[in-house]
Write a protein that binds this ligand. Structure first.
Ligand SMILES: Cc1cc2nc3c(=O)[nH]c(=O)nc-3n(C[C@H](O)[C@H](O)[C@H](O)COP(=O)(O)O)c2cc1C
Length: 390
């Protein structure tokens, strides 16, 4: 069975490593702003290199290292994923861009045209991570006041409309959220491949929507028994509709030659936590919102920060990742072999694809591509064509 493995594109900038957060050329949060000062230049002036140049490097590194493509997240602190994808389409050849977006924020006819144009320009390399938002202040930031289950109903209807338009011809739709009369895509944009749909969300409403539209049901890493339960549930719901769904896991990793080295990296990151990091974690632990998935993540994390070992959930599974770089809590830590074994375990419990990430994304794309991907069952065969020359 072929396993699709994606990388994550850090569209919010990133520090130099997990263990020490020195600024480097991929970081866009420096005082100088987006343009990164090259200390080597005479006078220390800007050489024009910016965070987009860095993102393009990461995408090319993922492409050359055997990843299928990259997830382009969408949060208040990230670049805008559609714009970034158009840019990356010209910077890469085979790299596929997984655009994260909340359907409720776009008109579906506009979204269909944007997608069809991008598919035409990129030879069909666009795919989606359909997200529906976590409620609370984050949702209001976007100006969205719809309650949790309505958001998923809107997502379902949006995807119905997108598929309807994609078929071509004149399309009308009279639903709860969208009313269209004789809408149509321009003829020259028809006939493109419909983007593969990865679908995120852990609530019952999410699973119901995913069962209708997802090609891949996508989850953050959770304790393996909980994850299997979720995968089984979404597969059962989808079967009942006469469809098939695959499953995927989005997971951060720290992979090193030995397990000791990997844990040393984590420990040093933990010991170097700043007061600001600790405050961010405390806020995360108390955050409100209606995201079932985010609450499932929070339930598995200790409330105090005494020892990095308190965050070990299972062998090689560490629940402190949000401490080191924000975002989801659980990830895999271990030797190259152990990380590949844990990914294989996930395949056995139902995963067909992964979105991996590790900081810094550029160097780690090469490392993981070279050391871990060839060990993952179902992915290694693809890489065996690579041979050393000279
Ligand atoms: C793998 C994965 C990736 C996500 N990426 C994003 C993202 O890029 N931007 C965002 O606002 N939310 C993201 N989310 C969160 C979802 O928008 C949503 O808040 C969450 O899944 C809540 O739904 P639930 O209540 O059904 O769990 C992601 C969720 C998952 C599982």
């Amino acid at each position: 069975m072929a396993i699709d493995i994606f990388w994550r594109i850090p569209t919010h900038g990133e520090p130099s490593s997990l263990r020490n957060k020195l600024h480097h050329r991929g970081d866009w949060s420096q005082q100088e702003g987006d343009h990164i000062v090259h200390r080597g230049l005479a006078g220390g002036g800007s050489d024009g290199f910016n965070s987009l140049d860095y993102i393009a490097e990461v995408a090319r590194a993922a492409e050359i290292s055997g990843f299928h493509g990259g997830l382009i997240p969408s949060f208040p602190m990230t670049d805008e994923p559609w714009a970034i994808s158009s840019f990356l389409a010209r910077e890469t050849s085979t790299f596929r861009f997984m655009i994260a977006f909340q359907p409720g924020f776009l008109n579906p006819v506009t979204a269909a045209r944007m997608t069809a144009s991008l598919q035409r320009a990129s030879n069909g390399r666009a795919l989606f991570n359909i997200i529906t938002g976590g409620g609370g202040p984050a949702q209001l930031w976007w100006g969205d006041v719809a309650p949790h289950d309505d958001r998923y109903a809107r997502t379902t209807e949006f995807l119905d409309v997108l598929r309807g338009l994609w078929k071509g011809g004149s399309y009308s739709h009279h639903g709860k959220f969208y009313q269209l009369e004789n809408a149509a895509l321009p003829a020259q944009l028809l006939g493109q491949e419909f983007p593969e749909i990865y679908f995120s969300g852990s609530s019952d409403a999410a699973l119901a929507s995913a069962s209708q539209h997802a090609d891949f049901y996508l989850s953050w890493l959770e304790p393996f028994d909980q994850l299997k339960e979720k995968f089984d549930k979404v597969k059962e719901k989808t079967d009942k509709l006469g469809r098939k769904v695959k499953c995927a896991v989005r997971v951060d990793i720290v992979a090193r030659a030995t397990e000791e080295e990997a844990w040393r990296e984590v420990r040093r990151g933990f010991e170097n936590l700043s007061d600001a990091d600790k405050e961010r974690y405390a806020r995360f632990a108390q955050q409100t919102g209606d995201s079932v998935g985010a609450n499932r993540q929070r339930n598995n994390t200790p409330k105090t920060l005494d020892n990095y070992r308190d965050f070990i959930l299972h062998p090689n599974i560490w629940s402190g990742f949000s401490l080191l770089r924000g975002g989801q809590t659980n990830g895999i830590v271990g030797s190259y072999e152990q990380v590949a074994e844990r990914l294989d375990d996930l395949v056995k419990l139902g995963a067909d694809a992964f979105i991996l990430a590790s900081t810094p994304h550029l160097e780690e794309a090469y490392r993981v591509g070279e050391e871990v991907l060839p060990l993952v069952q179902g992915h290694g065969a693809r890489n065996s064509v690579l041979r050393a020359v000279g």
